[in-house]
Ligand binder design. Structure first.
Ligand SMILES: Nc1nc2c(ncn2[C@@H]2O[C@H](COP(=O)(O)OP(=O)(O)OP(=O)(O)O)[C@@H](O)[C@H]2O)c(=O)[nH]1
Ligand SMILES: [Mg+2]
Length: 291
């Protein structure tokens, strides 16, 4: 990300600094942290501070939007988290049965806490879980599917949830919905790029043609046939690719000039909706030692 873009972002994380402080405060009431990551970018969508924030509490990583990600890569990430002692599951959070299947993971992760309660003679106290994650990762959608009702507001853009909200599910579990938070590591160029591709950063921060040109470089490396087969064009990058897609999709400006912005918008939208295939931008080798 350029300095200019980081600067532009400053107004945006304003509420994030507040959210972070709030999260630390709320954690005092929390037994379990449920981190909703984007399965297409498990590394970039993880919160590097969570280990410290968790302070010994159980945590679960949910690889959401797994319907859009590469199944095999997601499996590798799940195994990786589990090997590192973190409960992990993959899901399409819009699907009620998949969201509810997470119940067993929540039960397993809260068993130690329930056992402590039992020893202290506390019975049937609900487990309180905080749902955290980057903007637009599907936190509120997951909560609604899990709860079986539209308890939290959702939307296909970052920054929909503005404040925290407790959702009482049943006698066993209470979930806290929180606003999406981006962590300082988004200033890393690759992390910022990946976050922008999946829609975690507001689109007006980037030139869509620049973003899509970079996305195409990644796709050509990892899934070289994704763009060619979606648009019926040859393997290409940069302007020739935008020109080819513009021609195929009739993105033409007045005077018969190819509209690169529009063509880039089509590609970005198609990627985000899975029309280029199931794609993971971060293979399991893109990980840091800290999880
Ligand atoms: N394909 C797919 N889309 C999903 C999934 N989960 C959520 N979505 C969509 O992603 C968008 C964002 O969902 P939200 O639940 O509002 O995300 P959030 O994390 O609460 O976002 P903020 O409150 O803005 O931080 C919505 O359009 C959802 O329909 C999923 O598993 N697969
Ligand atoms: Mg939300």
């Amino acid at each position: 990300m350029t300095g200019d873009q980081v600067e532009k972002l400053q107004w945006y994380p304003g509420h994030m600094t507040k959210a972070f402080r709030q999260m630390k405060e709320d954690l005092k009431l929390i037994d379990l942290i449920i981190e909703i990551c984007d399965a297409r970018i498990p590394y970039s969508s993880r919160n590097p501070e969570i280990e410290k924030l968790a302070n010994g509490r159980s945590r679960i990583v949910l690889l959401n939007k797994s319907d859009l990600a590469d199944h095999d890569v997601t499996k590798e990430w799940q195994a990786y988290f589990r090997e590192n002692g973190i409960y992990a599951a993959a899901m399409d959070g819009r699907d009620k049965s998949q969201a509810r299947a997470v119940r067993s993971v929540i039960d397993a992760a809260s068993e130690a806490k329930r056992e402590r309660d039992r020893r202290r003679g506390i019975q049937n106290r609900p487990i309180r879980a905080m749902v955290v994650g980057i903007p637009n990762s599907g936190k509120s959608t997951f909560i609604n599917s899990y709860a079986g009702r539209a308890a939290a507001k959702t939307g296909n853009k970052p920054g929909v949830t503005k404040g925290k909200q407790w959702i009482r599910l049943n006698k066993q579990v209470e979930l806290l919905d929180t606003p999406g938070v981006l962590w300082p590591k988004f200033e890393d160029e690759t992390v910022g790029l990946h976050l922008a591709c999946v829609g975690a950063i507001k689109d007006d921060i980037f030139e869509v043609t620049d973003l899509v040109t970079e996305l195409a470089v990644i796709l050509n490396r990892l899934y070289p046939s994704a763009i060619p087969s979606a648009y019926g064009i040859g393997e290409c990058e940069g302007e020739p690719m935008l020109a080819a897609v513009a021609e195929k999709r009739g993105c033409i400006k007045a005077g018969g000039i190819a509209d690169y912005d529009k063509a880039a918008g089509v590609i970005l939208d198609d990627f985000r909706h899975g029309k280029l295939g199931r794609i993971s931008l971060e293979p399991c080798t893109v990980r840091e030692s800290e999880v």
